[in-house]
Design a protein around this ligand. Sequence first.
Ligand code: ADP
Length: 535
Amino acid sequence: MRDRPAASRQAESALLRGALDVLDDAIVVVDPTGKFVSWNRTAARLVGVPVDASPEAWTEAFGVFFPDERTPCPTESIPLWRALQGERVEDVELYVKNPRAPQGIHVLASARPILGEQGRVRGGVVVFRDVTLAKVAKAALGHAEARMRAIVSNTPNIAIEGYDLQGRVLYWNRAAERLFGWSEDEVVGKTLDGMMLDTPSTAKFVETLEEIARTGMPNGPNEWSCYRKDGSQVWVYSTIFSIPTITGACEFVCMDVDVTPLKHAENRIREQAQRMEAQATDNANLFHEALEAISARDDFLAVASHELRTPLTPLKLQLERLVRDARAGAHQERLAPALEVAYRQVGRLAALIDRLLDVSRITAGKLDLCLDEIDLCALVHDVVTRFGREIEDAGCQLSFPHDKPILGTWDRLRLEQVVTNLLGNATKYGRGKPIEIGLEADEGTVHLTVRDHGVGIAPEDQGKIFERFERAVTNQSFGGLGLGLWIVRQIVETHGGAVRVESAPGKGSTFQVELPRWRRTLDESQGPLSISQGT
Ligand code: ADP
């Protein structure tokens, strides 16, 4: 290489000097003995350069300390000195305080040996920069972060969690640990799937995070249902928002308030409201039933008064005629038939009144049975005999081809009532047609059937005719109170038996009564049996 002209070298050196002076970094060059050879303006401005100071005096001359600002930095630790020893020194922080830098500054220094031929050290160079402000800023940042962390982790009743865009936990405060039962260590880096949320809810959570990232708008407060570590359910009111990170990615903060007690209270109130609603419906139904019962009672009173009046009118006429005839001295032959009619009408009235009395007794649960050993076959014969005239008037032929005694423990009068009611109905609804009574018995049970060939009963009415006041015919076509079969059922069931009907409209009806013959529970000391209130 040819030597350049001196003028050119001078110009180059001036340019280099100028370049070094405009740098923000300080540069100082020493020869192998540590004598200061060159330094730029920034070095002079920051710390000054005590040109006469030998390396042993640098600590004091520059005022060099370790970063704790108290401990003097010995010469052998000063980067420039270490460079003179052949070492490459990287980013060593020191504190410099001297008359030029009376406030003291923190510097970050790197130094290199300047090597000559065969690697001999020809000098050293140090480059350093004032990092006081950066250090203060870093400390302030650290403090701010520590303060933030302290606030987050000590917030007592709000669970605060950080998430990344994939829904992985970044941090988790103590309130979150208390609320969900998972420690921060257990959850950081994981998604909530299978821990606090099921898979669909986790997907919804991640969708919510994506939405927040897209719009920049916070989400909530919304109600989320999660699971604690122990598997119990917890409800939280969550607000989720995003904060930008220095890398430009999104970090999400989720703040949860536990509303489980409120939720339970809400559920209790809802259940109570439902119960009250059901109660109100029940009351409305009861009210409705009461109205229906009142209406049924009014109907019954109308029918009952009509029924009671029906025999009264001819009876009154008969009695008037009798009185007239008797006053006129009429003969016994003339009076007897009229008296018979009157007697029958009185009997009918008495039967009606008995029936009404039965209803009130049964309804009050006071139908007592006086059980006795009786012959049912003889009992039926008695009733049939008493019915003779009525059966004849109705134009029916009756067959009861049984005469073998059938013994059992029953209430005679009540069973007479059963047979009377069934036979009465067969006569009433089967006028002009035959009536057959059947009686069969095995060891424990007796079966009584009363078959007619009259109007019959529609299938839809067959279930209800055994209820109180239920009739399958109109008052215009057949009189009646709708009580006979109900009383039959009550008596039969009180005896431990059952009654049913088989019938078809226009084809007649067969009523079947099944009675146990012997009451196993019968005990003389128990006295008469009572029935509970019937429907
Ligand atoms: P009532 O005969 O006074 O109306 P019951 O309780 O004895 O009351 O009978 C209830 C209803 O059953 C009757 O109104 C009638 O419609 C029907 N019923 C009862 N017995 C017969 C029968 N043998 N044939 C047809 N219908 C009958």
